[in-house]
Write a protein that binds this ligand. Structure first.
Ligand SMILES: [Zn+2]
Ligand SMILES: [Zn+2]
Length: 419
């Protein structure tokens, strides 16, 4: 929580800025039962809260596996032990340092084909329990993350969340396998009715897209864009996040901000350059290669094959209304950040040294003077971090499930910044 920043200025009277990451997975329950198989074992409710507070500087985190009965038991225990408390404004407060929002990412399918993921946010423990009970009739193993709801479309899921008082955000909206635009439709109006469409406050951009790409689609002009980490391990929390302007870190305030109501709003998105995402460009499965020619590419120019995983940039180019983004007045700035894990030469030891010395990843990425970083981890790494901060890092696009790469600083300014 803070009230002033060089990027975004000063918060109005009565408001503060909060760093918010609305998409964090649980790996295991405290009883060591798996929730997300591919996620790290130490990604438990308690550890996430600690990581947010101690290493990331995240003030509000959306925990998106809360419909899992095992996770619900963990939450109950942490509340009974006094480590977490429900807030009057919704959400759970952990040791009075971070707010955890209860949410569930679910998979649904359209009758015309196509599957998509959506994050359903629920206000409190009773709401999420009721939601979980209903889902238990249509989900085979509700203990696991992001499970398919049998016989339910996106519209049905929206209806269910709405009926228990929650709201829905389409997750990673452009990714090729499980998303609204990537896998289902060219227009949201093809899958939601008019009421749902007005009530859905936001879409999640996903790591391979940003505001500049999403604002090429006309029907998204009124929607808020959220940039979240989709973290499957502790170090990835906060690799994308949003700065919310709120009066307090609660569910109700976050819901207002997503609608841009009553002075609550998102004032900045911090995200990876979409080139670094896993699905930015089309990937040919034959040639095992990320496409580089101008988008959209759906047939491999090398082998002529159509066995490809569609890129987010390629898909957006295919369905766009505008060739250049048209940003509505309410759209906040989108700042690129290269997570420390992507910065060349930053391994686990260096990462720990930086965090021990400067507190949080955000401090290192955006604020700490380069000279101080150089004193701690050497000039070359400091120059890499500075190049990333100033958008001077050469990037190679990702695709087909492989992250893009930060290769190194553009040559011309190297070292000059240290005088
Ligand atoms: Zn997902
Ligand atoms: Zn090919």
């Amino acid at each position: 929580m803070f009230t002033e920043s060089t990027h975004i200025g000063r918060a109005p009277e009565g408001f503060c800025f909060y760093a918010v990451d609305l998409h964090v997975h649980i790996g295991r329950t405290a009883e060591d039962r798996p929730v997300k198989i591919t996620a790290a074992r130490d990604l438990t409710f308690g550890n996430i809260a600690k990581e947010c507070v101690e290493r990331k500087g995240i003030d509000v985190a959306g925990i998106i596996d809360c419909a899992s009965p095992g996770v619900l038991r963990d939450i109950r225990k942490l509340m009974d032990a006094g480590e977490m408390a429900q807030q009057p404004g919704g959400g759970l407060r952990y040791k009075d340092r971070v707010t955890l929002l209860l949410a569930a990412e679910m998979e649904v399918g359209e009758t015309e084909g196509g599957t998509s993921h959506h994050i359903c946010f629920l206000r409190d423990f009773d709401q999420v329990s009721a939601f979980s009970d209903t889902l238990s009739h249509v989900v085979t193993n509700l203990d696991l993350s992001s499970q398919r709801c049998r016989g339910m479309s996106a519209q049905d899921l929206w209806q269910l969340a709405d009926s228990v008082g929650g709201f829905v955000i389409p997750a990673h909206a452009f990714t090729p396998h499980k998303s609204v635009y990537g896998n289902c439709v060219a227009r949201l109006s093809e899958m939601f009715d008019a009421t749902a469409l007005t009530q859905i406050p936001a879409i999640e951009l996903g790591l391979s897209a940003d505001t500049f790409l999403a604002d090429r689609i006309a029907e998204l002009q009124d929607k808020t864009f959220v940039s979240n980490s989709d973290a499957h391990s502790l170090p990835k929390i906060g690799r994308e996040y949003n700065i919310f302007q709120l009066q307090a870190p609660t569910y109700d305030e976050v819901a207002l901000a997503l609608k841009g109501h009553a002075g609550r709003r998102i004032v900045a998105n911090y995200g990876m350059d979409p080139k670094l995402g896993k699905y930015h460009r089309t990937f040919c499965l034959n040639c095992n290669r990320v496409e580089e020619s101008p988008p959209p590419i759906f047939t491999c120019p090398r082998c002529g094959g159509g066995k490809v995983i569609k890129g987010v940039l390629d898909r957006i180019t295919q369905i766009q209304d505008y060739e250049q983004p048209r940003h509505p007045d309410h759209r906040p700035p989108y700042f690129y950040q290269v997570p420390l894990q992507f910065v060349p030469k930053v391994g686990a030891v260096t990462l720990n040294r930086l965090l021990n010395r400067f507190g949080t990843e955000m401090a290192v990425l955006h604020q700490t003077p380069a000279e101080e970083i150089a004193q701690t981890v050497g000039q070359q790494i400091a120059e890499n971090i500075l190049a990333a901060r100033e958008g001077r890092m050469k990037l190679q696009a990702g695709g087909g499930g492989k992250y893009g790469k930060a290769i190194g600083p553009e040559k011309q300014t190297q070292m000059s910044l240290f005088g």
